[in-house]
Write a protein that binds this ligand. Structure first.
Ligand SMILES: NC(=O)C1=CN([C@@H]2O[C@H](COP(=O)(O)OP(=O)(O)OC[C@H]3O[C@@H](n4cnc5c(N)ncnc54)[C@H](O)[C@@H]3O)[C@@H](O)[C@H]2O)C=CC1
Ligand SMILES: O=P(O)(O)OC[C@H]1O[C@](O)(CO)[C@@H](O)[C@@H]1O
Length: 377
């Protein structure tokens, strides 16, 4: 049987990427630090993916097992030796932590003279996540290790999978929509639901700066407004208009940059807003707003489109307002939110804009964000 090794047996791992491999006839070995999930995968050997829709369809995901990367290093290395695909959905900040073990697996493959193809794909909300992962792996590999059969492919993943409200069960509730786009310039085995493109940039920017920007706007304004979930927040007319105005700004940048058809792009935006309104998902604003330091990074969903819009002479006021709202995300349960608020308390917003967002104090965007921050306060 063909083999996929997937790091991260969480929501996207079980509810999206692992499920597609299983449905494509692969055995999926999930690698995770969560003992409970790993043990359950090995005992039950299957789980359900449930669609968040009126029809409540479900599908059984079989041929799955689990390994704990902290306790079963040898077994993970062996699984990587046998793998046809190695994927991750673990969070961009965790990639450096799993890279040493992946490097050991690749070195073991090379030492055993295994020349079969292995495709490595990081499935994270991050531009060029696989390139980043490759960089971390290379730091732990000797230069002479033969990687001839290994292809590192960048990708964009889009499926809303909320935090699961079913402690003790492997089943995952997911939205019906999904898109997995992989940048490939060679022949690659067919995987159900994987879309192949020659150039990923338009796809990942369109997705990050529409789905993720829109979601972030809802999450941060929803949090400020004391809302619990994304669909509840969107029912607030003022926030709904704020989301639309922000997506008009990212849309103008995307249309200009990638020569998109404006009508088609508006349809794309409308469809995404419809996905956010799904009442079956019960998706919390704190999940969607999680890790604000990462989300405020220079290459991420708020600052990058704002800077690009500014450079292109387009409006970015609403994006600046969203950045200001993100700076106010003071969820005590979120490690990064706590750190962000400490940074603001200790050094002030202009310093955070420089350190976290890469914005000089005198830059037009920093000045606009500060103005919006004061207004929101
Ligand atoms: N949930 C969603 O709707 C979407 C999430 N994504 C991206 O997918 C990635 C994963 O997100 P989720 O599945 O939502 O997160 P999650 O928290 O449900 O899953 C992450 C998994 O990684 C495991 N993990 C953490 N540290 C580890 C380590 N050092 N070694 C091995 N396993 C470790 C956790 O135990 C957990 O099971 C993130 O980059 C996210 O941005 C992308 C699209 C949609
Ligand atoms: O997973 P992240 O990057 O923390 O951000 C949450 C975002 O990711 C998603 O889970 C899926 O794209 C969205 O729901 C949301 O925009």
């Amino acid at each position: 049987m063909k083999q996929a090794v997937h790091f991260g047996a969480g929501n996207i791992g079980r509810g999206f990427i692992g499920a597609l491999f299983s449905q494509s006839g692969y055995h999926v070995t999930f690698v995770d630090i969560a003992d409970e999930i790993i043990n359950q995968l090995n005992e039950e050997k299957h789980y359900q993916v449930l669609l968040a829709s009126d029809e409540q369809e479900s599908m059984t995901i079989e041929n799955v097992s689990g390994l704990n990367n902290l306790k079963q290093e040898k077994e993970v290395i062996e699984a990587i030796k046998q793998a046809d695909f190695l994927t991750t959905a673990i969070g961009p900040n965790i990639l450096p932590r799993i890279a040493p073990l992946i490097a050991k697996g690749l070195a073991a493959r090379a030492a055993a003279g295994i020349n079969e193809k292995l495709y490595v794909i990081a499935c994270e909300n991050q531009i060029s996540a696989t390139d980043l992962l490759k960089g971390y792996i290379m730091e732990h590999l000797d230069r002479d290790v033969n990687l001839a059969g290994v292809s590192f492919l960048n990708s964009a993943v889009d499926r809303i999978v909320p935090i699961q409200n079913n402690q003790g069960s492997l089943d995952v509730l997911v939205e019906p929509y999904h898109e997995w786009v992989v940048e490939v310039t060679e022949d690659i085995p067919h995987i159900e639901g994987m879309k192949i493109v020659q150039e990923l940039a338009p796809f990942i920017e369109r997705k990050l700066f529409t789905v993720n920007t829109g979601h972030a706007v809802i999450a941060y304004f929803g949090y400020l407004g004391g809302k619990e979930t994304i669909d509840q927040t969107l029912a607030d007319e003022e926030i709904y208009k704020q989301v639309q105005a922000t997506l008009r700004e990212t849309g103008a940048y995307l249309i200009n940059r990638y020569n998109l058809n404006p009508e088609d792009h508006q349809k794309y935006i409308d469809k995404i807003i419809g996905r956010f309104q799904n009442t079956h998902l019960n998706d919390g604003v704190t999940r969607v707003g999680r890790s604000p330091i990462r989300k405020l990074g220079p290459e991420d969903r708020l600052v990058r489109p704002a800077l690009q819009a500014q450079k292109a002479g387009l409006s970015y006021t609403n994006l600046a307002k969203a950045i200001a709202a993100a700076l106010m995300f003071d969820n005590r349960e979120d490690e990064e939110a706590v750190k962000l608020q400490e940074m603001i308390q200790e050094n002030g917003v202009p310093n955070v804009l420089k350190e976290v967002c890469g914005l000089e104090e005198s830059s037009e965007l920093a000045i606009e964000v500060l103005k919006q921050y004061e207004a929101l306060k």
